[in-house]
Design a protein around this ligand. Sequence first.
Ligand code: FMN
Length: 426
Amino acid sequence: MGFPHQPHPKETVVLSQYFGDPDARTYKGWVKRGGYEALRNALATAPAAVVEQVKESGLRGRGGAGFPTGLKWSFMPKAKTRPHYVCVNADESEPGTFKDREIMRWTPHALLEGAAIAAHAIQAEVVVIYIRGEFTEPWAITEKALAEADAAGVFGTIKVYLHRGAGAYICGEETALMNSIEGKRGNPRIKPPFPAVAGLFGMPTTINNVETLAAVPHILNRGAAWYRGLSLSNPQSTGTKLFSVCGHVQRPGNYEVTLGFPLKDLLYDLCGGPLPGRTLKACIPGGSSVPILTREETEACLLDYEGVVASGSMLGSGGVIVFDDSTDMVYQIMRLARFYAHESCAQCTQCREGTAWTTKILERILAGQGKTEDLDLLLDLSENMTGKTICVLSDSCAAPIVSGIKKFRGEFDAYLAGARSPVPVG
Ligand SMILES: Cc1cc2nc3c(=O)[nH]c(=O)nc-3n(C[C@H](O)[C@H](O)[C@H](O)COP(=O)(O)O)c2cc1C
């Protein structure tokens, strides 16, 4: 990525303004661009007032669930009787999602500043950034930025630590992440108690995604009303969002748009549309854990929390996976199921057995050995994998399967009828 970053005219550039600019990575470069002013102001403001500003902005979590950030911060105990923690979720393992990586690669100080502001707002003395193990370069860049900011004393009494994960998808789930930091196996915990009551080391904890926290300095600098004003279709969805687009488009990459932006414009204008001679077939708009949209649903979808639900899916992490007419949907769905089977922590029977059997059935359909009752069996398994486990990993496996069978049933039937040649699944 070169500098200056050349955004598409339809992008609204806030978080990605300095992507591609190595000078913005340095402490001096960040300060030159107005960095750490928001933190300085926040430290001179009462914590409750900072929480109020973030609430007012309408910012919602960018890690997948879209929970209102200010509201989450307000759940922390007001009386300070025990240590409080901030955890930063920099695990970013959701297939198709690669936006937190870019924030850490190009603007690590935006994350550090946002995390320190969160720590002040919830009266935490410690921030732990849990970074995906495979993120070697973002880790090195963020570590350097942290050392520089620490040396400059910008965090005051707040201590910030970087903790490298070992490369497990499940450790992106917030309570598994806390177990992992504590040196335990990364298994999700039963909730309640929620992290604000008993989180890291059993203490009140707030956990936020990298992109969520990187937005906070902008909100404090430019005001909650400015952020709230960034909204194209629904007042409950405010601000800009980075969408990572991968798959069958001419210009895959990260694009920052105001929430409510049409998915069709993202794919056809910003990403240049399908590859030559190809047409759009389907899309998964929120990382791999959400239902698949057909071409018609994709072209009518507005990219905000409510808009994507109205189209039949979820905004999730904003990882947009695009499939053109050359795609074998049965094969792609099998690949997703295989991922979830591999990444299941195996605590819950429905997830451990469900993801494994789902993968086996899909593999046998692809191998030309499927049985007519297999689709009903897959749907039955999916029902038992939804809403029945400690975390939503198995729900995430079920979502593309149920929507895939519903919307692309003809492709499954073709394998079952022997009308399609078996494909190697090894
Ligand atoms: C299996 C699983 C994996 C997850 N992986 C991530 C991840 O890599 N990054 C992330 O920010 N949130 C991830 N989440 C969501 C987190 O549990 C949590 O909702 C999020 O960190 C909260 O931050 P936010 O409110 O700022 O979005 C995952 C959830 C599940 C169930």
